[in-house]
Write a protein that binds this ligand. Sequence first.
Ligand SMILES: NC(=O)c1ccc[n+]([C@@H]2O[C@H](COP(=O)([O-])OP(=O)(O)OC[C@H]3O[C@@H](n4cnc5c(N)ncnc54)[C@H](OP(=O)(O)O)[C@@H]3O)[C@@H](O)[C@H]2O)c1
Length: 247
Amino acid sequence: MNVEGRVAVITGASSGIGAGLAKHFVAQGMQVALCSRRSPVLSEGDNVLARSVDVSDEAAVFRFADETAKRFGRIDLWVNNAGVVEPIGMLHDLDMREFERNHHINFMGVVHGTRAFIRHVRGLPKREGESVLVNVSSAAARQARAGMSAYSSAKAAIDRLTEAVAEEERDAGLVALAFSPGMVDSGTQAVVRSMPVERMPASDNNRRAAALGRFNSTEHVAQHLLKIAFDPAARPQGYLYVVPNQY
Ligand SMILES: NC(=O)c1ccc[n+]([C@@H]2O[C@H](COP(=O)([O-])OP(=O)(O)OC[C@H]3O[C@@H](n4cnc5c(N)ncnc54)[C@H](OP(=O)(O)O)[C@@H]3O)[C@@H](O)[C@H]2O)c1
């Protein structure tokens, strides 16, 4: 599949999955616009626009989208990947400001990115081809675990948002997919592994998985993401794509 010259936005591109996607996409000849609060993994260059953006700030996300479109002419693929896993712990113990912060980033950040991309797509002159939105979800959206109420509920909300947008924007040629990457050894997993069982009983499973090396690589995740983005035959029937485990 030739993706050379395609333009992708990746949010949360300073570490983990987002950083891996950025490197893979550029290696395939794509142009990328990257954002995160810290510096994205790749620095500014001919094929890279790199900005410090907090995805919970709608105006900042819209400015980033406008700048990307101006720089590269158009956006083919928008990946809402930025996310945080904390706070972890029983709901009755959680600080509600931290709970809200989780939803402002994990859910509202995806809402802002999704709206920015829709605005871009609807503003384009009529053209051939599709625009693809990929919202990074999680197995936690479909199976909650004790201690993960903030994260799981935000991810479940992403799934429903994506499903609604897929219906709403079909006529605009926008394909919307929720994307569950499987376990990847990143910042998210490091935080979960550090949790005592009192705050997250299932954290033992993550420690065991890490000891056995049961992870998907970011390369594996990136290959699957590009396949569903640019090969319509590889897409799932519904709104959700679950990356098959590599191990
Ligand atoms: N790793 C897994 O096993 C796994 C499984 C299922 C789903 N996921 C999902 O995959 C996505 C990536 O997570 P990861 O596992 O790669 O963890 P990670 O290494 O912690 O990466 C998270 C990224 O999101 C960025 N980010 C966080 N808050 C942000 C904000 N307010 N504005 C902009 N960027 C922000 C971080 O950058 P800054 O801190 O620099 O802002 C970082 O680049 C998340 O949505 C996560 O829920 C991961």
